[in-house]
Design a protein around this ligand. Structure first.
Ligand SMILES: [Zn+2]
Length: 707
């Protein structure tokens, strides 16, 4: 495309709100962004929520190819165009075309900067630097926050967000991906990552997005968030509290809320309603192949147990229907469909009205069984060729797996998945496992290396290519059946929120099952869900609080308590519309407990539109506090209150947008729905409501505007 003189270009292509004069501007109620046009770059950010202005220098890209490095300043700008929400430029350089865009949605408090590279010859793509911004504003302090906090190596957390704090608000920026190579110092950051892939002529590679947003200080900032809890997935026994990731670097409440608002916008609203799901593996169902009809009939009884409890989803109890040896033997032209016994169970689930979730795996046919093998023994070239990191993990975990960053294998695996799903027996699809072939306990700690010279990645660094392949696998399932419930465990659950594109529900942090006391378990569920939201920026509706002790090992004595079932169930229901149950489906529980569970799940189903939103009250779960959450939609809502202590305590919450999400002016009625028969109040918008919560109990209030 020929170079268009700047004045002509802007006058011809920029409509309505634009003028030919510099600076170019994108703006909405939260942000005003000023750009220089050549080279196209952001030069100023006005936080319209506070009135503060950050000037920006150095917002330019650099692309490192095998054939040389392309700096934006030396690339030829071929075009410039814009509309109300975006500004775009095309650059041409030797061997590659670069499409650059900035997008500011009308209601968004963040801008996205994206690059797409189209290659005109075969090459290698080694590093993408999306931007190198240096910010200046009075009193600016820039900090780096790393998350999620897993593993034993501080500083190895997969994701980074940079917060630039000024007197009245913050700016936040980062790359929307795990394991990037961004750096920061002083008031400057470099947002970069290492694709480390081969590219071919004609191929377009969309690059990872940069986000840059703003927020204003809020009343909630006067209460610092608790320091991050470090939990270690390499200790499958339990999440472990170790230490702060980096002392003092914790998001402010306003920053956290702004990040979650961005990830909600980015990931989209909930696609499903209330989804109570049982995990077959942890619920005394078959973990290996069905050896007899009696085996599968026993699991059919397990499904009936779950249906009696009102649980209407289950994730398969073993990968690929338990047919591990069949998966090991699949050849190039074989097709996959569940065998007769696996199918019998799935048909029974359908007859019971239950949604079944297909349990797929990625690099090994069964990551947790000695029967598990890499797929396709006839294709040794498809194996991950361990570098130092993968070798260490293979030694620790006796693991071996395929390399997913290898197009022929990826395409074969995608076909096998599509064939399983096209049976129509599944309403959900799950991924679990690891890039390394092990059970997945290391994926959050170290990036993937593979030394193969024949895969998509360059020999050595297979990390981004592996992440990208997993992303495409999710996208494939979404494209095949848009209404599928996509459920992910590892590795995405450890990689963080930017690995959850197309995901409806993500395995929770507290994955080992809850303990014997339903009271303590309820507090843990609410606390861990808050970490997931406030520290890791995962929308609450994608988290999946987990209830009751694991029954994966059926030889251990049954731990079941009928005490405080209301408390644990309401803790989970208040945290997310997605729940995961570990149930003793074969050992059994008292009928009255089944009835209690069913009653609450039926109640929650009727409230699902309210459960899709959540505003946490300020206190965190502590023995001497009342915590809770508000769920307001329009002129009605719910408020959950929890008192873990042994004395009655008064809760208070504000009927305001910031306090509970309540916007409706005028009077409203507040009634106690649980326990039934409690007091009532009439309040007005702006009032602070006080409510006494008995010891060791949960209270549910309904709020409704007076008509
Ligand atoms: Zn590889």
């Amino acid at each position: 495309m020929p170079t268009v003189p700047h004045a002509v270009c802007v006058a011809a292509l920029i409509p309505v709100a634009w003028t030919a004069a510099e600076p170019l501007v994108l703006q909405n109620r939260a942000l005003r962004l000023e750009f220089r046009s050549d080279p196209l770059a952001l030069t100023a950010v006005r936080n319209r929520l506070t009135g503060e202005v950050y000037t920006v220098e150095g917002d330019q890209f650099a692309i490192e190819l095998g054939s040389g490095t392309i700096e934006q300043a030396y690339a030829r700008r071929a075009s410039l165009s814009a509309d109300r929400t975006s500004v775009r430029a095309r650059y041409e350089a030797d061997g590659v075309r670069i499409d650059l865009s900035y997008t500011l949605g009308p209601a968004n408090h963040f801008v996205e900067k994206r690059l797409a590279l189209t290659f005109t010859r075969d090459d290698t793509l080694r590093q993408v630097t999306v931007s190198r911004p240096a910010f200046a504003a009075p009193g600016l302090e820039l900090v780096r926050y790393r998350y999620p906090q897993f593993g034993r190596v501080p500083g190895a957390e997969p994701c980074s967000t940079f917060f630039g704090r000024t007197g009245r608000g913050s700016l936040f920026a980062g790359l929307a991906m795990p394991f990037d190579r961004s750096t920061g110092g002083g008031n400057a950051i470099e947002l970069a990552y290492l694709p480390s892939v081969k590219v071919s002529a004609g191929q377009t590679v969309p690059c990872e997005a940069m986000y840059l947003g703003v927020c204003a200080r809020s009343e909630a900032d006067t209460r610092p968030l608790p320091p991050p809890i470090r939990c270690s997935p390499s200790d499958p026994g339990a999440p472990v509290e170790l230490r702060e990731a980096e002392p003092g670097i914790v998001p402010l409440a306003s920053e956290s809320a702004a990040m979650v608002a961005m990830t909600e916008s980015w990931l989209g609203p909930p696609r499903h309603g209330f989804v109570p799901m049982a995990c077959g593996w942890h619920s005394e169902m078959q973990q290996g192949p069905y050896a007899s009809d009696e085996d599968v009939e026993a699991d059919m009884r397990s499904l009936e147990f779950l249906a009696d409890c009102g649980i209407d989803w289950f994730s398969e109890s073993h990968p690929w229907g338990g047919e591990t040896e069949r998966m090991n033997a699949l050849g190039p032209d074989d097709h996959y469909t569940p065998g007769p016994r696996a199918r019998r169970l799935l048909e029974h689930a359908r007859d019971l009205g239950m949604g079944a979730v297909m349990w797929s795996s990625m690099t090994n046919t069964h990551h947790w069984s000695p029967l598990g093998r890499p797929f396709r023994a006839d294709q040794p070239d498809w194996l991950l060729t361990p570098g130092p990191v993968s070798r260490a993990i293979s030694i620790i975990a006796s693991a071996k797996g395929n390399c997913v960053a290898n197009r022929p294998f990826f395409e074969w695996l995608s076909r096998i998945n599509r064939e399983g799903f096209s049976t129509g027996l599944y309403r959900g699809w799950a991924m679990d496992g690891s890039f390394f072939g092990d059970g997945g306990w290391y994926s959050s700690i170290v990036p993937v290396d593979c030394m193969s010279a024949t895969h998509d990645h360059l020999p050595g660094d297979a990390n981004w290519a592996s992440q990208n392949a997993l992303d495409r696998l999710f996208a494939d399932v979404r494209a095949q059946r848009p209404d599928t419930l996509i459920f992910t465990c590892r590795p995405a659950q450890d990689l963080g929120v930017f690995s959850l594109r197309n995901v409806d529900v993500c395995f929770t942090l507290l994955e080992t099952g809850t303990g014997a006391s339903n009271l303590q378990a309820g507090d843990e569920i609410r606390r861990w869900s808050r970490y997931r939201v406030h520290h890791h920026f995962v929308p609450h509706y994608i988290d999946q609080p987990l209830l009751f002790p694991s029954r994966a090992d059926r030889t251990t004595p049954l731990v079941w308590s009928s005490e405080h079932l209301d408390y644990i169930l309401l803790s989970a229901i208040s945290s997310s519309p997605n729940l995961l149950f570990y149930m003793p489906t074969k050992s059994g529980i008292p009928d009255r407990d089944k009835a209690t569970i069913r009653r609450w799940l039926d109640w929650a189903r009727a409230q699902e539109e309210l459960l899709k939103v959540r505003r946490d009250l300020p206190e965190w779960p502590e023995p001497d506090r009342v915590d809770g959450s508000a769920h307001i939609v329009g002129d009605r809502g719910l408020v959950f209150l929890f008192n873990p202590g042994d004395q009655p305590r008064e809760a208070e919450f504000a009927l305001t947008e910031e306090g509970t999400g309540w916007r409706k002016r005028g009077r409203c009625r507040i009634s106690q729905a649980h326990p039934a028969g409690g007091p009532r109040q009439v309040a007005r918008h702006g009032d602070t409501v006080r409510w006494v919560v008995p010891p060791a109990s949960a209270v549910v209030l309904t709020v409704a505007a007076e008509r």
